[in-house]
Write a protein that binds this ligand. Structure first.
Ligand code: NAD
Ligand code: DAU
Length: 356
């Protein structure tokens, strides 16, 4: 079996559903269930013995040691993190605690476990660390996309904490020989994404007739990757990635935020027109920019394509249509989220962002 951290979050839950469907191999899912963790994402695996859920913190070394010794996983896929840039600006402490200290604690316990494995299991073991393209910093309009050798230049507390965790993983490979793999991927979108991130937030606000907040001039560029393609890429890296290497994963879908928001609005106009018949794009509102807002991310994914034969299957046009349709079909999932804590966050992040 494998052990997944953060498997109740957006990408982790998509990964577990995809993994069990694709391989049938059992998963131990260690997740703290922060505001971003949601067991409803895994409702389809309720009563499935191949999914063993454990609520807990990756900083809890006693618990991690117990899970490793009890389940003897052949691999760890490490998703658990604080993942939202805006929250890292409001309060970086949790990002240091989970993304840096948590990764360190996990690495220490995994190293102790791995060192005691028999030769064959030891050689076959893998620690796959899921990271982000944000560690590379911001690109200018004409810069080439990030490659695996682009220098690290993180600009937010979130990306700095992820960069630190990447360095720890790298060091555990070079110093202790731990069989690690690191993936750095671009912006994911798809089912089960928490509605604090751009795409689900826009869908939700539009359906509720609320302003669609665009930070700054809306011309920041992200490289969008459908979450199902990301899950397939992680399986490919786990199966065939070279030890100690990093693999960039991206969708070859560079879009400005304004393009993304207009596309979402146009699909909503078609699938669920507003009661007042106005186009949803009329709700677009420019607001104060995110401090330190990275201008452009773009991933050069040729290494994983060349070495492991992975390629994204979705274009942005196909993936975004599926995503909007999923939210429309799953409003119950959304409604269960957008109570208490979510409302507080929306206030904290948006109420002092006067119209730009
Ligand atoms: P998410 O915020 O949706 O989910 C994170 C999960 O980790 C939640 O289930 C949460 O409960 C859990 N968690 C948080 N702290 C924990 C702790 N201390 N111990 C155990 N569990 C804990 O995040 P996501 O968008 O699914 O991202 C998953 C990973 O992928 C993260 O490492 C993130 O940095 C990386 N990543 C995300 C994106 C993206 O676009 N979402 C892109 C690149 C990389
Ligand atoms: O690039 C990978 C990263 O993508 C991941 O490492 C992060 O975990 C993930 O959250 C995401 O980070 P971003 O900051 O790019 O995602 P977010 O959805 O928060 O914002 C996308 C873009 O949209 C960004 O340029 C900011 C802008 N934005 C966001 C929000 C929430 C707005 O204009 N308005 C908004 O209300």
């Amino acid at each position: 079996m494998i052990l997944v951290t953060g498997g109740a979050g957006f990408i982790g839950s998509n990964f577990i559903l995809d993994w069990i469907a694709a391989t049938g191999e059992a998963v131990v899912n260690l997740d703290k269930l922060t505001y971003a963790g949601n067991l409803e994402n895994l409702a389809n695996l309720k009563d499935d013995p191949r999914h063993i859920f454990v609520q807990g913190d990756i900083n809890d070394r006693v618990l991690v040691a117990k899970l490793l010794s009890q389940h003897q996983p052949r691999a760890i896929i490490h998703f658990a993190a604080e993942s939202h840039v805006d929250r890292s600006i409001h309060g970086p402490g949790e990002f240091i605690q989970t993304n840096i200290n948590g990764t360190f604690s996990l690495l220490e316990e995994v190293r102790a476990y791995w060192q005691e494995l028999q030769a064959e299991e030891k050689a076959a073991f893998r620690f796959l660390h899921v990271s982000t393209d944000e560690v590379y910093g911001s690109l200018g309009a004409n810069d080439p996309p990030f490659t695996e050798t682009t220098a690290y230049a993180p600009n937010s507390p979130y990306s700095a904490s992820k960069a630190a965790s990447d360095h720890l993983v790298r060091a555990y490979h070079h110093t202790y020989g731990l069989p690690t793999l690191t993936t750095n991927c671009s912006n994911n979108y798809g089912a089960f994404q928490f509605p604090e991130k751009l795409i689900p937030l826009i869908i939700l606000n539009a359906l509720n007739g609320k302003p669609l907040p665009i930070y700054g001039d809306g011309m920041n560029v992200r490289d969008w990757l459908y979450v199902g393609d990301h899950c397939a890429a992680i399986r490919a890296v786990l199966a065939g990635g070279r030890l100690g290497e990093t693999y960039n994963i991206g969708g070859w879908n560079e879009k400005t935020n304004l393009d993304v928001v207009n596309t979402v609005c146009a699909i909503l106009d078609e699938l669920k027109p507003a009661a007042n018949s106005k186009p949803y794009a009329s709700l677009i509102t420019y607001v104060k920019d995110r401090p330190g807002h990275d201008r452009r991310y773009a991933i050069d994914a040729r290494k994983i394509e060349r070495e492991l034969g992975w390629k994204p299957l979705e274009t942005f046009e196909t993936g975004i249509r599926k995503t909007v349709a999923w939210y429309l079909d799953n409003m119950g999932w959304v409604e269960n989220i957008v109570s208490g804590e979510y409302q507080q966050w929306m206030k904290a992040n948006y109420q002092n962002r006067e119209k730009a």
